[in-house]
Design a protein around this ligand. Structure first.
Ligand code: BG6
Ligand code: MG
Length: 216
């Protein structure tokens, strides 16, 4: 048995499929800038901050842009992304995500969000679960992004739970690294090459086996 007291869930790609919208918005920006940006390229951006994402997208061309141009591109991508969020409804949970959240609460655990996104509250509101969580840690609450542990440590502290008693659910390599750096149990969702460093790995949110995790 473990001494687990709380779960911290990433949002994009774990609870809802906003990871796809992030990709579409970056792809549109890349096309406008004459940059080839594929779904495979996008894998590197999963879970990382808006600014780091732009740096990765620009690659060798990064040095050719001024700070003002970078700011404009980040704002433009975010406009495209926020527009896409308008279609999200409470029907847009990834398979198993709503059930997982309910099961975590039913078993008496605390539950928080730990996301790099500054749009976290907008997405949670559209899903109808803004009031569900004991804490929300997002792109506004910390300045150092994943793979640094800050976003998860902030969530643990806000819940009043020690990091060692928290488990993190993540779909990104950077997020798994952040959870491990925070000394938390890491639960990876996705392929081995992406989240294989986690303590537990499942192909999708729907496959997460709470009993296996709680057995320790
Ligand atoms: C993460 C996503 O949750 O948030 C990344 O996985 C995204 O793709 C990052 O870049 C920042 O999101 P936002 O909404 O603040 O641009
Ligand atoms: Mg994610």
């Amino acid at each position: 048995m473990t001494n687990l007291q709380a779960f911290i869930l990433d949002l994009d790609g774990v609870i809802t499929d906003t990871a796809e919208y992030h990709f579409q918005a970056w792809k549109r920006l890349a096309e406008e800038e004459g940059i080839v940006f594929t779904r495979a390229d996008n894998e590197q951006l999963r879970g990382v901050s808006r600014r780091r994402s732009l740096e990765l997208l620009l690659g060798e061309r990064l040095g050719g842009y001024t700070e003002a141009q970078m700011q404009e591109m980040m704002a433009r991508k975010n406009r495209y992304y926020v527009k896409m969020l308008e279609v999200i409804t409470p029907d847009d949970f990834l398979p198993g995500a709503q059930e997982l959240l309910e099961e975590i609460k039913r078993r008496g655990f605390k539950v928080a969000i730990g996301s790099a996104s500054k749009n976290t509250r907008t997405v949670l509101a559209r899903l109808g679960i803004l009031d569900f969580f004991d804490a929300i840690s997002d792109g506004h609450t910390v300045t150092v992004a994943k793979p640094a542990p800050d976003v998860f440590l902030y969530a643990a502290n806000a819940m009043g739970i020690s990091p060692e008693a928290c488990a993190v659910v993540e779909d990104a390599q950077a997020g798994v690294e952040a959870a491990l750096a925070a000394q938390m149990i890491a639960i990876g969702v996705g392929p081995e090459e992406r989240v294989g460093a986690a303590h537990y790995r499942y192909d999708s949110t729907a496959d997460i086996d709470l009993d296996e995790i709680l057995r320790g």
